[in-house]
Write a protein that binds this ligand. Structure first.
Ligand SMILES: [Cu+2]
Length: 322
């Protein structure tokens, strides 16, 4: 092979390599991420002279549902990460020394150099503070991305409804569909199913007994014994909580035959607490900016004036002397 061809092959391989790396990278983004918040040096100091810009850095972190946040204590004091509302600096000045925890999460005390993690599976805005230094405030904003297609509990797209499944020994074919396909909390979902004989493809005789069960996060949340009418049946259900769910059709025809299906339930965006958290800075940054304008502004203006004067003034003077 001549050298030019080899070079072309090389660049082609490189392009393929880059393409696959990018594809893998974007794939990774579809899954839960790990995010870090640092408790900086000086975070325990409630006064303006602390070197910490914020008690928790970043003070407001936006993540996706399923992401894990790790708080790293880089200060030289013990701290906590406790959900709820701490106190403002004004309240601190007035002598208030306790925040109000809401019980969602609590790290307990953790030492300098140590960290604590929490996985957020609920969407919403969650404030937190340090119970030892309650002026330390932070917030996590958890958003949910709702796909426009249904998936199974593992996140694989369900390409066709009804979903066709068989009992273990292929004795019965069970077809299940639900509407709407993407399930949101608080919305009525209609389940429709039919039983068939897989060999003859004909419907099972009418009035086939079955049990319809819904399991969410390992807990049975709905169960009903019924019998089909004209080989099929339907059920309604409203989900209260987001998370993976399993639908089971059991005891088909009073036997141990069963099939199961799975999907994800998403938090209804209309029910998510939408709030833009405002966290006070540790240092009074507004003041220091004002100081910068007063003390740095005029000297810069004077310097610019001198430079212009030196350049143009010189020329003007030369012109006059000619
Ligand atoms: Cu603290």
């Amino acid at each position: 092979m001549d050298e030019k061809l080899l070079q072309k092959l090389d660049s082609l391989l490189f392009i393929i390599f880059v393409f696959f790396s990018l594809a893998m990278f974007s794939n990774n983004n579809a899954y839960a991420e790990n995010r870090t918040i640092t408790i900086p040096l000086g975070a325990s100091n409630p006064h303006f002279e602390t070197e910490a810009k914020f008690w928790y850095e970043p003070p407001v972190l936006t993540i996706n549902s399923g992401d894990t946040v790790t708080w790293l204590n880089s200060d030289n004091e013990i701290h906590t990460v406790t959900s709820g509302k701490g106190i403002s600096r004004e309240e601190f000045a007035q002598g208030t020394m306790t925040g109000t925890s809401d019980g969602y999460f609590d790290s307990g005390s953790f030492n300098p150099g140590h960290s604590w993690s929490f996985t957020f599976d609920k969407a919403g805005t969650f404030y937190y503070f340090c119970t030892i230094h309650p002026w330390m405030n932070g917030a996590i904003v958890v958003s949910t991305t709702i796909p426009d297609y249904a998936t199974d509990a593992q996140g694989n797209e369900i390409e066709k409804f009804p979903i066709v499944k068989y009992t273990q020994g292929k004795e019965v074919e069970a077809d299940l569909t639900w509407e709407p396909h993407v399930i949101l909390t608080g919305e009525q979902i209609t389940f429709i199913f039919n039983f068939y004989n897989p060999i003859t493809s004909s419907s099972l005789m009418s009035s086939t007994p079955y049990r319809f069960v819904i399991v969410q996060n390992g807990t049975e949340i709905f169960s009903v014994d019924d019998a089909t009418q004209y080989s099929g049946g339907y059920k309604y259900f409203v989900f209260e909580n987001p998370g993976p769910v399993e639908f089971k059709l059991e005891k088909i025809d009073n036997t141990n035959l069963s099939t199961q299906f799975s999907t994800l339930v998403f938090e209804n965006p209309s029910k998510i607490k939408q709030e833009t958290p405002i966290i006070q800075p540790a240092r009074n940054l507004a003041l220091s900016q004002a100081v910068q304008i007063v003390f740095i502004g005029p000297p810069i203006a004077i310097a610019i004036f001198i430079i212009i004067w030196a350049k143009w003034g010189d020329k003007l003077r030369k012109k006059k002397s000619h």
